[in-house]
Design a binder for this molecule. Structure first.
Ligand SMILES: Nc1nc2c(c(=O)[nH]1)N[C@@H](CN(C=O)c1ccc(C(=O)N[C@@H](CCC(=O)O)C(=O)O)cc1)CN2
Length: 286
């Protein structure tokens, strides 16, 4: 079987073109462009690269960038002061705190201190609560990107059996909430390190979303032929970046979102969409 490519790079480029038009209109209405803030603590190369990518994307669609970089030994108080500053800054439409934070910091307390209306990542407890209740809220970027990618490639969602691997807060937990909404109507099994018989769960699934950070975890023998397979795992090795989906999976998958080029670019595009929508809300356009 030749898997159909779920091309996140091309899809994200389409989304950015649409967003650039909306940003131009918003900038005219507001008298200034919407602004995205980022808070980066420390010098993890991956996190630095993701933040740099976010600001490049902003420049491409006309969103202003506000960047706050703090040293790896920044205190909880310093980080929280930065949050207070962005909460109060009228030029900042929305912002994100790049995760993970260094271990000495209380990430939960940092996220909770954000103004939920400026939470461009949809990771504030209030917004995750709204998502749980089915009330409108900014959606976490990777899960939103996954749903958008599946929809735009017409992968059937209603009634689909979805196996999610990984229970992290940015992907695994919220993707189940999105896919089980009435509008998606999928049935989700959330697998994690305590799951017995992972291969059995994967084989039952029409859609497999691997976000475990375990290189090559899902192999072709585990998959139902024709399944849609999305690789969200990224592990940095001496050989480069490695995903959770073994390359041989392409032989049996019906659709494949590879790493790189699948879900990652969609994560970036959805962050821009969240900022644009937050700005549109301030002018009553949505
Ligand atoms: N505050 C947040 N922190 C983190 C998030 C998040 O959504 N919000 N997600 C990840 C990191 N991330 C964005 O922040 C992210 C990860 C990967 C990609 C991406 O485009 N990946 C490429 C491959 C990697 C590369 O080229 O370096 C791809 O898949 O094509 C974008 C954003 C954790 N932290």
């Amino acid at each position: 079987m030749n898997a159909q490519l779920l091309d996140g790079k091309a899809t994200a480029a389409e989304i950015r073109r649409d967003l650039a038009e909306r940003v131009a209109k918003l900038s005219a209405t507001l008298g200034r462009p919407p602004g995205l803030g980022t808070v980066l603590v420390g010098d993890d190369p991956g996190s630095r690269a993701y933040v740099a990518g976010k600001h490049r994307d902003c420049a491409q669609v006309g969103i202003a960038s506000i960047r706050r970089d703090l040293p790896a030994d920044a205190s909880q108080q310093q980080v929280e002061e930065t949050i207070d500053e962005l909460n109060a800054d009228p030029a900042c439409t929305g912002y994100i705190v790049q995760l993970p934070l260094p271990r000495h910091l209380d990430a939960g307390a940092v996220l909770e201190r954000m103004d939920p209306a400026k939470d461009a990542d949809g990771l504030h407890p209030v917004n995750l609560g709204r998502l749980t209740l089915g009330v409108e809220a900014p959606l976490p970027c990777t899960p939103r990107g996954i749903v958008e990618l599946l929809r735009r490639h017409e992968v059937p969602l209603a009634g689909a059996r979805v196996c999610v691997i990984g229970r992290g807060v940015t992907v695994g937990r919220p993707i189940g909430l999105l896919l089980t909404r009435r509008s998606e109507n999928s049935t989700v099994t959330l697998c994690h390190t305590g799951t017995k018989g992972l291969a059995w769960h994967v084989r039952e699934a029409d859609i497999v979303i691997a976000a475990a950070g375990s290189p090559g975890l899902v192999t072709k023998d585990m998959l139902r032929p024709g399944a849609a397979v999305l690789d969200v795992g990224i592990t940095r090795t001496d050989q480069g970046l490695v995903g959770d989906i073994h390359p041989d999976a392409a032989e049996v998958a019906g659709w494949l979102a590879p790493m790189p080029g699948g879900v990652g670019p969609m994560t970036r595009a959805m962050l821009l969409a969240n900022v644009v929508e937050a700005a549109e809300r301030t002018v009553g356009a949505v």
